[in-house]
Design a protein around this ligand. Structure first.
Ligand code: PLP
Length: 378
């Protein structure tokens, strides 16, 4: 089925009566084939390069549940080396990586302390209680994006006859819902030290860790040297079609590997997807281009009357629509009609994301189209 912008809709997205979901907002089932649409919904919308497809076709493979897949083994070694940890395990998604890490770190009934805007809490389908029987205790980390040492000490629960005990603190870097904030190492360290002083381990959700490291001019091993474990994605800014890794000490990763199996993530000839993920590691340095495009996009959108777009740290641009008097959803839908796709995030906020498949020209074109929409709505 093809909608009016020449977009092929998959079987789940189209309805028999011909109704077609708009290419924005909550409807993520649209497959954009017609390149006239500038797709800024996420950095996960990139298509694998010709090299990635070739690597997938040629990858030596084996049964990874038996640890027989040389390509997965290579990816796990490379990921561990990059993160400065003893080991790594390849997982299909960031969500599975985070939730497997949480399950491995905690015991049923414990508490997990995190920011109220954390992806693990807000966007993973309640996986913390559903998959680990753990209760989240949330704090408002504000612009800092990770809890302060004082918040960790105040939120900590010591185990006794009545209270379950805090089993884990999670941090996020970059912080998605807070606008792609690149959290400085001092703040990560301060949170990790405060948790460790209380005997609590720390997991870092680094779905976009490479973006944070590039923005802060540091490397992952340094950023992670005081946390216990982390997850990072190959399938976001780095452009792999599939895959994330959980990194940490050997014994922890062995545990996470068992949990991955429990969650249905024990993959067989996974070298097919690990090979493009290895190629994706070559894309770290070019993230500066995405960050520059995001900065340009934010500056230009901020100049449009009725819109406010703070300067981003990385590749996520938050745009506030209060000045136009419309909700984020109305604005995103109207821009979708003009073939610029992005998501409404909150009542009056939209998120636009730069990535490997958009360049400066696309950004300028997107700004022109968005400016036209804003003018119509004013
Ligand atoms: C911060 C953060 N963590 C975890 C995830 C989950 O990754 P996935 O979509 O691969 O499950 C995302 C996805 O956008 C994210 O932004």
């Amino acid at each position: 089925m093809i909608n009016k912008v020449g977009t092929v809709i998959d079987d789940l997205g189209g309805r028999a009566d011909g109704w077609v979901p708009p290419p924005t907002g909550r409807y993520f089932t649209v497959r954009l084939v017609e390149q006239n649409v500038i797709d800024l919904r996420s950095d996960t919308v990139t298509r694998p390069s010709a090299e990635m497809r070739e690597s997938a076709a040629e990858a030596p493979v084996g049964d990874d549940v038996y640890r027989d897949d040389p390509t997965v083994n290579e990816l796990e070694s490379r990921a561990a080396a990059l993160a400065g940890t003893e080991a790594a395990v390849f997982v299909p998604t960031g969500t599975m990586g985070n939730q497997a890490a949480i399950r491995t770190h905690t015991e049923r009934g414990q508490e997990l302390l995190c920011d109220e805007q954390a992806h693990v809490y807000k966007w993973e389908l309640g996986g913390i209680p559903q998959l680990s029987s753990v209760q989240p205790r949330i704090v408002d980390a504000g612009d800092r994006a990770v809890p302060t040492p004082a918040q960790i000490r105040e939120g900590y629960v010591a185990e006794d006859l009545h209270r379950p005990g805090t089993g884990l603190v999670t941090l996020e870097n970059t912080h998605n819902s807070r606008g792609g904030v690149a959290v400085p190492k001092e703040h990560v360290d301060a949170a990790a030290d405060a948790a460790h002083d209380l005997g609590v381990p720390v997991h870092l959700d680094g779905a976009r860790l490479p973006n944070a490291c590039v923005a802060l001019d540091t490397d992952p091993a340094e950023m992670l040297d005081r946390v216990d474990t982390a997850m990072f994605c190959l399938s976001k800014g780095l452009g792999a079609p599939v895959g994330s890794v959980v990194v940490g000490p050997e014994e922890f990763v062995a545990g996470a590997r068992r949990v991955r199996k429990l969650f249905g993530g024990g993959m067989r000839q996974a070298g097919i997807v690990a090979a493009p993920a290895l190629d994706a590691l070559e894309n770290v340095d070019r993230l500066v281009e995405d960050h520059a495009n995001a900065e340009r996009l934010a500056a230009d959108l901020d100049d449009i009357a009725g819109l406010a777009a703070p300067n981003p740290d990385t590749n996520l641009v938050m745009v506030h629509t209060d000045g136009l008097g419309v909700t984020g959803e109305t604005f995103a839908d109207a821009c979708g009609e003009r073939d610029v796709a992005f998501s409404a995030f909150d009542d009056h906020t939209c998120r636009l994301c730069t990535h490997l498949d958009v360049d400066e020209r696309d950004i300028d074109e997107a700004v022109d189209r968005i400016a036209a929409v804003a003018e119509e709505l004013r």
